[in-house]
Design a protein around this ligand. Structure first.
Ligand code: 6PG
Length: 243
């Protein structure tokens, strides 16, 4: 399958395109299945998207009462810590929209990583799709690090996952190291995956990740290959400069 890569002049234009896709997939999911299951990401890149969704014209185009918010990964810090992915989404988006509290299904970063991982596996199970122990997400948002990691799947980690969530520890740009992540088992059963990648520092890795050479141990973003879903890469000109 040909990779769907869309390049935008800057990260603002990229975020607007992401918000449009988000709204469109939400409407399709609610129409087809009565709810919209989303997994958010952390990192700085999705902040623009979160701000847009919190405001008009996007905010009122979403059926927040039918939206279930999950995370692809979380850092093991308190939920009000600046390094918490939950806090980022809460501050920029969730506190500004009428999403019911009980539909915000966060990874409990305040717990021991292994314990938080087991807890999230159980939460995922409550939403399991037939034949799976986890939901088929309607929409998964992912970023990519300079080193090719995505969510908290880091270079050198086990390629073939055998559980839906994992506790991991990895140093990256001074960010909280202990984390919990969903694994490719869950990501690859999603209906739609949207990668957002911005910045010149990601250009050479992005080129490798999107090349024909499959090196999933080195570039974990390549582990994301949905069995029956779509992947779209939204990239700014700086990150896409080596194509
Ligand atoms: C996290 C993320 C992580 C992130 C990348 C890119 O919790 O840190 O989910 O995978 O998406 O590190 O981060 P930036 O958007 O800040 O470059």
């Amino acid at each position: 399958m040909k990779t769907d890569i869309r390049i935008f002049k800057d990260s603002e234009a990229m975020s607007i395109a992401a918000a449009e896709i988000f709204v469109q997939e939400a409407a399709l999911a609610v129409r087809a299945r009565g709810r919209f299951l989303v997994a958010l990401s952390g990192g700085s890149t999705p902040s623009g998207l979160y701000r847009l969704l919190a405001d008009e014209p996007f905010r009122s185009k979403l059926d927040w009462a039918k939206t279930f918010i999950f995370w692809g990964d979380e850092r093991c810090v308190l939920p009000d810590d600046e390094g918490s992915n939950y806090r980022q989404a809460q501050d920029l988006l969730l506190s500004h929209v009428p999403v019911p509290e009980k539909k915000i299904l966060r990874i409990k970063g305040e717990r021991e990583p292994a314990e938080a991982s087991v807890d999230y596996t159980q939460i995922l199970k409550r939403f399991a799709a037939p034949g799976l122990d986890w939901p088929r997400f309607d929409f998964v948002l992912l970023g990519m690090g300079e080193d090719g990691h995505t969510a908290s799947l880091f270079p050198g980690s086990q390629v073939e996952a055998d559980s839906p969530t994992l506790a991991v520890s990895a140093e990256y740009q001074g960010r909280p190291a202990n984390r919990v992540t969903l694994t490719p088992l869950v990501f690859n059963s999603a209906r739609n995956i949207l990668f957002l990648v911005a910045g010149e520092n990601k250009a050479s890795t992005l080129k490798e990740v999107l090349s024909d050479a499959y090196q999933p141990e080195r570039f974990p973003a390549q582990r994301i290959r949905p069995t029956d879903g779509k992947v779209i890469w939204l990239v700014d000109e700086a990150a896409g400069s080596e194509f």
